[in-house]
Design a protein. Sequence first.
Length: 151
Amino acid sequence: MSARLDPEMEIVHLLRSVALELGLHSARFASRNGMHPTDVRALIALMDARRAGEETTAGRLGAALGLNSAGTTALVDRLERAGHVRRVRGEGDRRKVVIEVDESAVELGWSFFGPLIDRSVELLRGYDERELAAIRGFLTGVRDAADEDGQ
C-alpha cells in the first residue's frame, strides 16, 4: 500500500516527470538529426537570446551551457559545419563575434517541436489570467531555484 503524497510533493514529482519526458523528446530530436544533446541546448539558448533581442558571443554561450572555452569552440564549430549557426560581427561593436542561429535550424526545430509547442499553447489557453500568473510564477521560481543550485 503506497502512502498518499502531499499535493505539493505530487506536483514536484509531476514536474520531475515532465522534465524527464521533455529531455527524452529533445534527445530524440538530437538523435534523428545527428546532433549531441548539448547542440540542441545551444540552439535553444541562441534562439532564446534572439527572441530577447540579445547578441550571444561564444563566451556567453559557453557560460550558459557550463562549457569551457575549448568545449564551446568545438560546439560552435560543429554547429557551423552543420549549417545551424554562423559567426557574424556584432551590431554595436564590429570587433565582437556573435553566434547566430540559421533560419534552417529554426525550421528544423519547428518541424519537430512545433506539435508539442502547439499542444502546450492549446492547454494554456484553458487557463484564466490568474491561473496563468500562478503557473508562470511557479515555473519561474523552480527555474531560478535550479539556477541557484548550479552556481
